[in-house]
Design a protein. Structure first.
Length: 437
């Protein structure tokens, strides 16, 4: 038996800070902390910052009698999600070809779910933020760089190799300055902290000379704009216009319900949003933006933390559409990608799943509702209640049973491994006459 408590740790690794939190299945952040990510100091400094952050969060949780079941990490892209290798993140060169998943699993002894940072924030906003209930939206994270994610039919659009939606490296002005990715005129050159600083120096003269942290730059520009400073107002007008150009292209391409803008620069929303909306209306095809909204992200720094934790604990991953009917009840896929799948299972009254095991995947079950339910692992049977979390490791026999006469057993199941199909199931006993797949 492998009993796990009902919390997870979510981590958001950015170019300036690495943030983390202890998150409940309901999306509440119980504890939060951050460290300077020190990406310019070298790989070991960045890893040490992450290790220190996670150690601290574990200690905070332990003081309340909690222990995290798993760890979700939002990482700068491009990321190879099957292996957890950061391929060549332009704003974090020290992390090139680093297998972050492997290092963290070895260091902390728990399952680690890597995901692109903007995708984690999109999941967070869809779960508890501005995108709640939306099936089709684009998320933009404006900060040290420009991250992007596309959600289609309630799921992260990942592309053929899991690395889609590097929106920051779409060319906004083809003959523009060289980007850190090696191309020219990328959206990130203009719509990031560095891009904002460049505008400030160009339009505000000596008042725009600034060598401090990006957050203080944002606060400085916002304050001067509120005071009516002409240079600051021009900075925000130009920023909004360029953002609108990008969003109009994204609207024409994806026809989303909304484009959600997050990251540290979203704090300048009041200064740039009107110009952005005006430019979207001027450039996008009218039928494709009719009813579309440009929204400010609601969760702030918590978005990536909550979204990463949703994969680690899978309490409420994005809703799927396909329902798989089985003799014992039904299941629908909530989220999936290379190396993981999140499902919601509903076990009918007086029904049970087969007594089975898997050889290429681990599973974590989070019990949502249960009136009279049981789990059997390697011959040991015990009752289940709402809020329980159970880890099923490779090779261990297991079975779920709903003994209630009139209530469904509902759970969220996360599968982690190289083989997530029926052919990885060995059924020892089955009530419905199914042979091993």
């Amino acid at each position: 038996m492998h009993k796990l408590p009902t919390v997870a740790i979510g981590v958001d690794l950015g170019g300036t800070y690495v943030r983390g939190g202890v998150v409940t299945p309901e999306g509440e952040v119980l504890f939060r902390d951050k460290r300077a990510s020190r990406v310019d100091a070298g790989l070991q400094d960045t890893l040490d910052a992450m290790y220190s952050l996670i150690d601290g969060l574990q200690c905070m949780a332990a003081q309340k009698g909690l222990k995290a079941a798993a760890l979700g990490v939002g990482c700068p892209g491009p990321l190879e999600p099957r292996t957890g290798v950061l391929l060549d993140p332009p704003n974090c060169p020290a992390l090139k070809n680093v297998n972050l998943k492997e290092r963290l699993e070895k260091r902390f002894g728990m399952s680690v779910f890597p995901i692109k940072d903007a995708s984690a924030s999109a999941l967070g906003e869809r779960w508890k933020g501005s995108a709640e209930g939306l099936e089709h939206f684009v998320f933009l994270s404006l900060g040290t760089g420009l991250g992007g994610a596309v959600v289609s039919q309630g799921r992260i659009f990942e592309g053929s190799s899991g690395m889609a939606a590097e929106i920051g490296h779409v060319s906004l002005f083809p003959d523009g300055p060289r980007c850190s990715c090696g191309s020219f005129g990328c959206a990130e050159v203009y719509l990031s902290t560095r891009g904002l600083l460049s505008r400030v120096k160009r339009l505000m003269g000596e008042d725009g000379i600034w060598d401090g942290p990006g957050l203080q730059l944002v606060q400085r520009v916002a304050l001067m704009a509120r005071r009516g400073d002409k240079g600051a107002l021009e900075v925000l007008e130009g920023f909004g216009k360029d953002l609108g150009v990008l969003c109009a292209s994204l609207a024409n391409l994806y026809n989303p319900e909304a484009i959600v803008v997050g990251g540290g620069l979203a704090n300048l929303w009041e200064g740039f949003s009107k110009a952005a909306i005006r430019e979207i209306k001027r450039r996008a095809m009218p039928n494709l933006v009719q009813g579309m909204s440009l929204l400010k992200a609601r969760l702030g720094d918590d978005a990536g933390v909550i979204g990463a934790a949703s994969l680690a604990f899978c309490g409420k991953a994005p809703k799927g559409e396909s329902i798989d009917r089985r003799p014992w009840g039904s299941g629908d896929v909530l989220a999936e990608g290379p190396g993981y799948k999140v499902k919601r299972l509903r076990v009918s009254p007086q029904s049970r799943l087969s007594y089975q095991r898997h050889f290429h995947r681990d599973e974590v079950w989070a019990i949502v509702s249960a009136r009279s339910a049981f789990v059997t692992i390697d011959g040991e049977r015990r009752p289940l209640k709402a809020g329980d979390s159970i880890a099923i490791q490779k090779g261990h026999l297991h079975r779920l049973e709903n003994a209630s006469d009139d209530a469904e057993l509902v759970l969220i199941e996360t599968q982690i491994g190289a083989k997530l199909c029926e052919s990885d199931i060995e059924r020892i006993e089955d009530d419905y006459g199914r042979a091993d797949a």
